[in-house]
Design a protein around this ligand. Structure first.
Ligand SMILES: [Zn+2]
Length: 255
C-alpha cells in the first residue's frame, strides 16, 4: 500500500520529477517526509541523469514516475507515493493541488508554473478553504531561482512575475541548464517545503532566493506585494482557472 488513502493529505505534491524535482525529493525523503503525490508524464533519459540524481542507468527509458517511486521506496520502504501520469493542466490543476500540504513547482515551462501559482492561490477562495502554500523552483543556465508563496495571501508569484513571458524568453533547448544549479534549486525548494511543514526552522514565506553558479552568490530578497497584482491585488481579476491564461512559450525554464 503505497498511495495515500482517499481523503488523506500527502505532505508534498511534487509537480515535475526532473532535474529539480529529483534532488528536491531526495532531500525531503532523507529529512523524513514520507508521503508524496508526484505529477509527471516524461521518461528517464540518459542525457539527463547527471542532474536527475534520483535515477540511475537502469532507469533509462522508464517512466520517471515509476523510477521515482522505486527510488523513494528503496530509501524509505514506509513512504506513500501516489503517481499522477500527466502534465499539470488547467482541467485538473485546481483539484490536484489540494491533495497535499505543500506544493513544489519543479516544472520546465512557464505555463505550468503560472498554473500552479494560480491554482494554489485560488484554492483559498472556496468557502472555508485555505490556499495551498507553493514553492516555485527554476533553473536556467547558471542561475537557480526559488520563491515561496503563502497560502492564499500576499505577496504571490504574480506579484513578481506578472504574466507569461513573450516568445523571446529563453527556451530549455537553447538556454540549457547546469546540473549542480538544478541541485541547488531542488535543495532550496526542499528546505522551504520543510519549513512550511514545520520540519525545519526559519521563515517559510515571501522570500526570493537567487543563486548564481558563476559568482557563487546566493541572494535573498523579500517578495513584495503589488497592489495591482492580477491574482492577489486589490482588484485581482483572476478568479478561476481559465486555460486562456496559460497559452505561452511551451518550454522556457530548464529542469
Ligand atoms: Zn500577487
Amino acid at each position: 500500500m503505497h498511495a495515500p488513502r482517499s481523503g488523506e493529505l500527502a505532505e508534498v505534491l511534487l509537480v515535475g520529477a526532473g532535474g529539480i524535482g529529483a534532488p528536491a525529493a531526495l532531500t525531503l525523503v532523507e529529512a523524513g517526509v514520507r508521503s508524496f503525490v508526484v505529477v509527471d508524464d516524461d521518461t528517464v533519459e540518459r542525457s539527463n541523469l547527471h542532474r536527475q540524481i534520483l535515477y540511475g542507468e537502469a532507469d533509462v527509458g522508464r517512466p520517471k514516475l515509476e523510477a521515482f517511486r522505486d527510488a523513494v521506496l528503496r530509501r524509505a520502504p514506509d513512504a506513500r507515493v501516489e503517481l499522477v501520469a500527466t502534465r499539470l493542466v488547467p482541467e485538473t490543476a485546481a483539484e490536484l493541488v489540494t491533495r497535499a500540504r505543500v506544493v513544489i513547482d519543479a516544472v520546465d515551462n512557464f505555463a505550468s508554473r503560472f498554473l500552479a501559482a494560480d491554482a494554489c492561490w485560488l484554492a483559498g477562495r472556496a468557502a472555508g478553504a485555505r490556499g495551498v502554500p507553493v514553492v516555485h523552483a527554476a533553473a536556467v543556465r547558471w542561475v537557480a531561482t526559488v520563491i515561496s508563496s503563502s497560502p492564499g495571501g500576499r505577496p504571490c508569484y504574480r506579484c513578481l512575475f506578472e504574466d507569461l513571458p513573450g516568445g523571446d524568453a529563453p527556451d530549455c533547448a537553447t538556454a540549457g541548464v547546469v546540473g549542480p544549479v538544478c541541485g541547488v534549486a531542488g535543495a532550496l525548494a526542499a528546505e522551504l517545503a520543510l519549513r512550511i511543514l514545520g520540519r525545519a526552522p526559519g521563515e517559510p514565506y515571501g522570500q526570493v532566493y537567487s543563486y548564481d553558479g558563476r559568482s557563487d552568490r546566493l541572494r535573498r530578497v523579500a517578495l513584495r506585494a503589488r497592489k495591482d497584482c492580477a491574482l492577489c491585488g486589490d482588484e485581482g481579476r483572476i478568479e478561476r482557472i481559465d486555460e486562456a491564461l496559460y497559452l505561452g512559450p511551451s518550454c522556457a525554464e530548464g529542469a
